[in-house]
Design a protein around this ligand. Structure first.
Ligand SMILES: *Cc1c(COP(=O)(O)O)cnc(C)c1O
Length: 463
């Protein structure tokens, strides 16, 4: 598979190069040049297979120029063997035609593990055979950081630097990152918000000397492998609900637009999806876009679903590339307007041809939905999942089509909000007991690219 940049001005790469590179040199994101197709028979054939086997089958066309089928199968088996539920991504039923896709059974209790457990093994495989090292730099609104650290801790070929917005992640989220004391793990609390952290990552990628000297690589969902791994659960879930002979709708709690973009990719590969619902909290740039055609920055408000407190969604550029008929120049000029004029608009006619719907959910509605879901379905959900459930109910087009809300985090990751809504304090699973007694290691830095780069220079093992 060849990969091209959304801004049309960077070299075409193969899978191996795309994984190790992350952001394209023209500032764009890599997308597959063509989309592998799954026929209805292919999709039917996935029924009854293990999650790891479906992952191998669905993803092989994206990786096979760089990794053999038997090596890749070994990786998917190992990656998904680390999940605490045998089904890896089990489905639970809330009411007759409403379901939850439980994405939180990985080691750090959020859906980010599904992609990062695989990405960690891809790094091991690709770096190991080249004898290369990389410096991973990442920004996290809370969950990517711990999942990436868990997937790469203790590795000789990887130094990992994770920036989170100081004071804006939950205590559980912070401690999951800062109590990992391996020498290759570096946690930085940035005096700023998540968008500042994300901008620092982009600035390091755009500093080509720095990037080349330290072999900078990305674990954020700007890395194609992250999005790719997330395509799999749309297939496994839809098949368990009757695909390809029955359509399914998905509601996706969204921030950086990586998770829902993977659903869009599944549809491009042939999965019959009725509706993809973009669910946001009050940081609603995506919801406003899909309802008005205007993409405009408005500042970030902290919420009880902090992993979605994002103003600019990096993966959105991948969809924009399609909306611009794959014209990289057009994308470049719209992204320039976003930088210089804080926004841009696209033609609603184009937007109406795609399958997205969108809505936003405020703080009171989030708490009320957690309470209602417990009362009506005896299920405790986290605040991000609650946002997905509320917007699913608001935007659902058809009662006959099964509606699957992606449950993106375990309720114990956000105990304060869950307790406020229900009076129940959700306990951490046994493997995380003691999290609050462990030693923490982190450094605080200003929102300043020079400061962050010198911090990395001093600590990197690539010299
Ligand atoms: C990251 C995250 C999201 C948002 O996912 P995107 O791919 O950034 O849209 C939603 N919920 C939780 C719990 C997350 O960690």
């Amino acid at each position: 598979m060849q990969y091209i940049s959304t801004r049309g001005d960077a070299p075409t790469l193969n899978f191996e190069e795309v994984v190790l590179t992350g952001l394209a040199r023209d500032g764009g994101l890599y997308v597959p040049k063509t989309w592998p197709q799954m026929s209805p028979e292919d999709i039917r054939g996935l029924a009854g297979k293990s999650y790891a086997e479906v992952a191998c089958q669905v993803l092989l066309p994206f990786v096979e120029d760089s990794i053999s089928e038997s090596d890749f199968r070994e990786m998917t088996e190992k990656a998904y063997g680390s999940f605490s539920h045998k089904a890896v991504v089990p489905l639970s039923q809330l009411s007759e035609n409403d379901f939850l896709m439980e994405l939180y059974h990985g080691p750090t209790l959020a859906f980010k593990d599904v992609a990062l457990q695989l990405l960690g093994l891809l790094y091991d495989h690709l770096l190991g055979r080249q004898g290369k090292k990389v410096t991973i730099v990442g920004a996290t609104s809370g969950d990517t950081g711990s999942a990436a650290i868990e997937a790469t801790r203790g590795r000789d070929a990887v130094d990992i630097f994770i920036m989170h917005p100081k004071g804006r992640v939950s205590d559980v989220q912070r401690r999951q990152m800062t109590t990992v004391l391996d020498a290759n793990v570096h946690n930085i609390a940035i005096e700023g918000d998540f968008d500042d952290c994300q901008a620092l990552v982009k600035a390091m990628f755009n500093d080509h000397d720095f990037r080349d000297e330290y072999g900078v690589s990305a674990v954020n969902s700007i890395n194609w492998a992250r999005v790719m791994a997330q395509i799999v659960y749309y297939f496994t879930t839809a098949v368990s609900l009757g695909a390809p002979d029955r359509k399914v709708a998905f509601s996706v709690p969204s921030g950086n637009f990586g998770d829902i973009y993977a659903g869009y990719c599944a549809q491009k590969m042939g999965l019959p999806i009725e509706q993809l619902i973009v669910a946001t909290n009050r940081n609603d740039i995506l919801s406003r876009f899909f309802n008005t055609g205007e993409y405009r920055k408005e500042g970030v408000n902290p919420t009880i679903s902090p992993s979605m407190d994002i103003q600019v969604s990096s993966n959105f550029e991948r969809l924009l590339f399609d909306l611009c008929a794959q014209d990289g120049e057009k994308v470049k000029s719209l992204m320039k307007d976003l930088d210089e004029k804080d926004g841009f608009a696209v033609d609603m006619k184009q937007l109406n041809q795609i399958i997205f719907s969108a809505g936003a959910c405020n703080e009171e509605e989030t708490l009320a939905t957690i309470k209602e879901t417990l009362e009506k379905s005896a299920k405790l959900v986290d605040p991000h999942t609650a946002v997905g459930l509320k917007v699913a109910a608001d935007c659902k087009k058809s009662k006959e089509v099964p509606m699957v809300t992606l449950s993106t985090a375990h309720p114990a990751k956000f105990p304060a909000a869950v307790e406020k809504a229900t009076g129940i304090y959700p306990d951490l699973p046994p493997h995380m007991a003691g999290l609050f007694d462990r030693e923490e290691k982190l450094d605080v830095l200003p929102n300043d690219i020079q400061a962050v780069q010198s911090y990395i220079r001093e600590r990197s093992r690539i010299k």
